[in-house]
Design a protein around this ligand. Structure first.
Ligand SMILES: Cc1ncc(C[n+]2csc(CCOP(=O)(O)OP(=O)(O)O)c2C)c(N)n1
Ligand SMILES: [Mg+2]
Length: 350
């Protein structure tokens, strides 16, 4: 057998007793399994009789509490270990005392260490918890929040290249000029995460998404919201695919006719990235990948600005990361001044 990427030798499997087998992997899938496989692989790993298994999922990990054993009274440990767990209630009571000393400054490094170790021992998915109560206060949440802010800043440092603006940078710059009361309609699809991460909201109901999967809602919804709350800025953020679905000519016509200035941003990554990524997840080494053809590319030379301009909107196309800040400022100025604006941003291609 040829074309094997990895062969794990001498592996012990669950429910197979002490028998040792080899596992051959090609294209991310197990293609052969048996004793002493006659295969040549690009990479050979000797499991040396150790267990080879699917990765683990840890559905319950209190990340704010990891590595706090030394801080716990010895008594708590003893109570936990009492015969028949007779003193569990008092143990929980004693252990919860540790919450009083929670501090985000040590929770972060402890949590990092625990997650790294978990990955090392095969847990690839973790559902984590942070205590929120009178004793723990919000220290665990504070730690998670600090981590999130640091991660967001790191992701936004790279501005991207001309023709391929980093969506995280674009959203971080937008976030700087939005007020707490402004409302975002997030139809960014595969860039929706960048919107959420880079523009944290402080006021409830200032970031909206659709409850269903149908694309094309953000323009209409932004118009409706503008009608309901004329003093607030409405920002429609859409992918290039979603922009088509939203019937943008009607959106800008209504904006003009009924004086409903909204700010629309198209994150143009040149096609239906969600469709491409879904195909790759189902067929990681399939025909579409080898042909590099996902039937997901959209017309390359479009100028969405013209759609807005046809209805009197202010419109700009931005491709160079160096122009992002000024372009956003010009659009926001126009919208706050009463005219709809459209920013066609050429972001990292799919
Ligand atoms: C009305 C409608 N048609 C088709 C789909 C299927 N669909 C889901 S995501 C997607 C691609 C969206 O492309 P784009 O808005 O450019 O976002 P990207 O995936 O590139 O981030 C499509 C076609 C849908 N959700 N709704
Ligand atoms: Mg797209």
């Amino acid at each position: 057998m040829t074309g094997i990427d990895i062969c794990v030798r001498n592996a012990r499997l669950r429910r197979r007793g002490d028998a040792l087998v080899d596992v051959a992997i090609a294209g991310g899938r197990i293609v052969a399994l048996g004793p002493a496989l006659d295969v040549t692989a690009r990479e050979e790993i000797d499991a040396d009789g150790n267990l080879v298994t699917e990765s683990y999922v840890n559905p319950h990990l209190h990340l704010c509490k990891v590595w706090t054993l030394p801080m716990m009274a010895e008594e708590a440990l003893k109570s936990y270990r009492a015969p028949g767990m007779a003193h569990t209630a008092s143990a929980i009571d004693l252990a919860s005392k540790v919450k009083a000393s929670y501090d985000a400054s040590w929770i972060i490094p402890n949590a990092r260490r625990a997650v790294a170790l978990a990955a090392l021992y095969g847990s690839t998915h973790i559902r984590a918890f942070a205590d929120v109560d009178a004793k723990a206060r919000l220290e665990g949440i504070k730690a998670a929040r600090e981590e999130r802010i640091a991660r967001a800043a790191k992701l936004a440092t790279d501005k991207g290249r001309p023709g391929a603006i980093n969506p995280h940078y674009l959203m971080a710059e937008l976030g700087k000029v939005l007020d707490d009361e402004d409302i975002i309609f997030n139809e960014g699809v595969t860039n929706a995460g960048a919107v959420l991460l880079q523009i944290p909201r402080r006021v409830p109901n200032t970031t909206m998404r659709s409850g269903g999967g149908g694309l094309g809602w953000s323009g209409g919804m932004a118009l409706g919201a503008k009608l309901a709350a004329p003093d607030r800025l409405m920002v429609q953020i859409s992918g290039d695919g979603g922009f088509y679905f939203g019937n943008p000519s009607s959106v800008f016509a209504v904006a003009q006719q009924y004086k409903l200035p909204i700010f629309s941003i198209v994150m143009d990554n040149s096609g239906w990235n969600a469709v491409k990524q879904s195909t790759l997840r189902v067929f990681p080494e399939g025909e579409a990948k080898s042909a590099n053809e996902f039937e997901a590319e959209l017309a390359p030379k479009v100028h969405f600005t013209k759609v807005g301009e046809a209805f009197g909107a202010y419109a700009e196309e931005v491709g160079d990361p160096a122009d992002v800040t000024a372009a956003i400022a010009r659009c926001v100025k126009e919208v706050r001044g009463g005219r709809a604006a459209l920013l066609h941003a050429r972001v990292t291609r799919m």
